[in-house]
Design a protein around this ligand. Sequence first.
Ligand SMILES: Cc1cc2nc3c(=O)[nH]c(=O)nc-3n(C[C@H](O)[C@H](O)[C@H](O)COP(=O)(O)OP(=O)(O)OC[C@H]3O[C@@H](n4cnc5c(N)ncnc54)[C@H](O)[C@@H]3O)c2cc1C
Length: 294
Amino acid sequence: MRLERDVPLARLTTIGTGGPARAFVRAHLLTELEEALHHASADGLEVVVVGLGSNVLAADAGVDALVLRLEGELAEATTSGEVLAAGGGATNAVCLHRARAAGLGGFEFACAIPGTAGGGVRMNAGAYGREWADVLTRVLVSTAEGTDWLAPSELSLSYRHSELPPGSVVAGVEYRLERRPVDEIKATVAKLVAQRKATQPTNKRTFGSVFKNPLAELGAGRMLELCGLKGHRIGGAVISPKHANFIENEGGATSADCVALMNEARHRAREQYGVALEHEVALLGPLELAEPST
Ligand SMILES: Cc1cc2nc3c(=O)[nH]c(=O)nc-3n(C[C@H](O)[C@H](O)[C@H](O)COP(=O)(O)OP(=O)(O)OC[C@H]3O[C@@H](n4cnc5c(N)ncnc54)[C@H](O)[C@@H]3O)c2cc1C
């Protein structure tokens, strides 16, 4: 296990902002992951995992924790029968590729979600009416105390929410998929990707959805669009002119710029719609949103 110090999180997040991780380890094997978790526990360090960093905003001041990335064996995916087994760090792209090659369908919804298996569990990620909870059969969870398989029912999965035990890492997952002709899988993926490109800023630096959709008639994106926020800029960060529930880093943005935009968006949504928007993006380190004033 090689421990690095002060690794800039801006390099590990899709938005490209964030200060240094106090300690950083790339775990390639389950034994390395367990060693890192012991090390953090012995040092009293909080553990934070970063997958593809596609739904995180890390503080500019950095994160006083042991930040882990799962690579090597912990990022592989294989199929056996109708089961797709993936390391917690396996990207959705690799999983989808393996599933397609084996003629297994049911994971196509993840084609436009640029994360990992572990990040998908943590966020209960989803799109087009399907989510992780629909395909998961079991989850391999590591903590400083050891590693165990958990059933999805033990994780309280709901809309973009899970309750993993504190300080735990998703080391692996198993998905149950179904037999489907390869051409059908390819056609579905092509259709969904085209739909995404038409409606979301897929070629910009973002962290995906900023806010969860509220239980109101309007989605967060449409609500913020009607608040006139498309194109609103603070520093190097701008509310996407294509979809108002995305923040783009136009170059030189800081996490503080993103937080300031989020505060403005929450303030306007409260003022115009009486809705308190809840952030979907995971905040790492000393970052806090202001209470929206009316
Ligand atoms: C262009 C774009 C489009 C997106 N579209 C969607 C969408 O349609 N639907 C959707 O749900 N999301 C979407 N997202 C958000 C994001 O891709 C998902 O939330 C994804 O599941 C995050 O995975 P990740 O590996 O990048 O996790 P990260 O962003 O790195 O981390 C997210 C959270 O999960 C935790 N985490 C990561 N890996 C692990 C692990 N192995 N064990 C324990 N905790 C872990 C992190 O600590 C953090 O709290 C989009 C993002 C982008 C940039």
